[in-house]
Design a protein around this ligand. Structure first.
Ligand code: SF4
Length: 445
């Protein structure tokens, strides 16, 4: 049986820390494999280098203008882990209700332990909304999540991303200029895109996954479109099909394909749009027959999961329950027992009443935490190679301590602000989603 040693220790209730596990693998203290030994180092050692950093996105091409993080002061780089945790606790106590810390499911355990709320990106943005008294919302996640929190929070609240290098390679795959260019080309194929046909339908409704920049959400809002999450993608697509002949779905091709396929849309009616090729690499007849045009984007974390991993899990663990995230490629979703958002995965494990073996296809930090929290079950990540999300990994307790102590000193660093001309239509796209789908709340940590 080959199971990540990280998962084995977590299953025994010993340790939920992916970071400590990686360091143990790299030092030779534990067996196992990691996709990048540099992960054992602190993020500031590679913040100055271009790229997404070690982890699942390290092979992706980062846009030239992606935000970079300035140097972290030495006192935080040189502090011990225990000292950083104490400084974070002290700063939190000093700030009291002026501060809310949000921690995404995929954050390292050393950061999540300080969060007031833990959840997915939209749950967390909504949690911030419930704290109008907080002057600062520190979002331990990635850039598009902090933007969404800024859209949903009050104008006097500062949303802070502890490390500006924490972007998202998938969100970066749909650049606003590329999307505007795509829209112009689609207008050449379908005619005026704001003109309804005899049935009252628009030629194309743009739908963007929450994992996209505020600029993309604003584009969608301006063009009769809507935002979706991995929990509500089907309901949102139904909303869009009630208003348009077809959907342009970005940035994640897999969520779009998996969702539309489950709704009965044939694969041949789902052409891919590659922004680097004329007509997205498609042709006019195909685009005219399309029901869902899929943007050529993907999550490098979820693309690591394979059908072979599922077959191996089934061979080694008869009766295993395989649950994967819908950002995984279609054959993986088809081979799994269930597919669902991070929240669906978490609830499935919580609701299992008898000891069960789960093989999970999502980010290792969440899998590891679930395994530690539920020792009555056997829970392991389908991918035996430990390879966290590169950009989530950029948030380290050192950056959290720095941003909090700056707040205590009356200074706001790393604030994420969405310009008003983008924010207004982006909120419209989010409001359309809220009007058609109620959201599950984030949990207090
Ligand atoms: S897990 Fe994937 S979609 Fe989420 S932040 Fe990382 S790269 Fe982006």
């Amino acid at each position: 049986m080959t199971v990540s040693p990280l998962t084995l220790s977590a299953r025994d209730g010993i340790d939920a820390s992916v970071d400590r596990g990686i360091r143990a693998i790299v030092s030779g203290a534990a067996s196992g494999e990691t996709c990048a030994t540099e992960l054992a180092a602190a993020p500031w050692t590679f913040d100055a280098a271009p790229g997404y950093g070690p982890g699942a996105s390290m092979g992706d091409v980062i846009p030239a203008g992606a935000p970079r993080q300035g140097a972290l002061p030495a006192q935080y780089r040189e502090a011990s882990e225990d000292e950083l945790h104490q400084r974070i606790r002290d700063a939190k106590a000093a700030l009291g209700s002026r501060l809310v810390i949000l921690g995404h499911f995929y954050q390292r355990d050393e950061v999540v332990r300080h969060a007031d709320y833990v959840g997915d990106s939209f749950q967390l943005a909504n949690a911030a909304k419930a704290h109008p008294e907080a002057e600062a919302i520190v979002f331990c996640g990635v850039h598009f999540m902090a933007e969404t929190a800024d859209l949903l929070s009050g104008p006097d609240q500062a949303v802070i991303l502890p490390n500006l290098a924490a972007g998202c390679s998938m969100a970066d795959m749909a650049d606003i200029d590329q999307v505007e260019d795509c829209w112009e080309q689609l207008e050449d194929v379908y005619g005026p895109l704001d003109q309804r046909d005899a049935d009252g339908l628009l030629p194309v409704i743009p739908v963007t996954y929450m994992n996209s920049s505020a600029a993309i959400k604003g584009f969608v809002g301006r063009h009769h479109g809507i935002v979706c999450t991995s929990s509500n993608a089907r309901t949102v697509l139904e909303w869009a099909f009630a208003r348009g002949r077809r959907v342009l779905f970005f940035p994640d091709q897999h969520l779009g394909r998996n969702t539309a396929k489950a709704m009965g849309v044939p694969l041949e009616a789902m052409p891919m749009w590659n922004p680097h090729r004329p007509l997205g690499g498609s042709d006019e007849p195909t685009l005219r027959d399309a029901r869902v045009i899929l943007w050529h984007g993907f999550c490098s974390v979820h693309r690591r999961f394979t059908v072979e991993q599922i077959e191996k899990a089934r061979a080694e663990h008869p009766g295993v329950r395989v649950i994967v995230h819908p950002e995984c490629p279609m054959p993986v979703v088809d081979a799994a027992d269930e597919a669902g958002s991070t929240d669906v995965i978490r609830r499935a494990i919580e609701e299992a009443t008898t000891p069960t073996t789960f093989a999970i296809g999502t980010e290792i930090n969440l899998v590891q935490r679930l395994a530690a929290q539920h020792p009555q079950h056997t829970i392991f990540c389908l991918d035996p190679v430990v390879c966290p999300c590169s950009t989530m990994y950029r948030i380290h307790p050192g950056y959290l301590a720095w941003t909090l102590e700056e707040l205590v000193a009356g200074r706001t660093v790393n604030r994420i602000s969405v310009p008003a001309d983008v924010a207004e239509p982006a909120r419209l796209a989010l409001d359309r989603m809220l009007a058609c789908v109620p959201q599950a709340p984030a949990r207090r940590a």
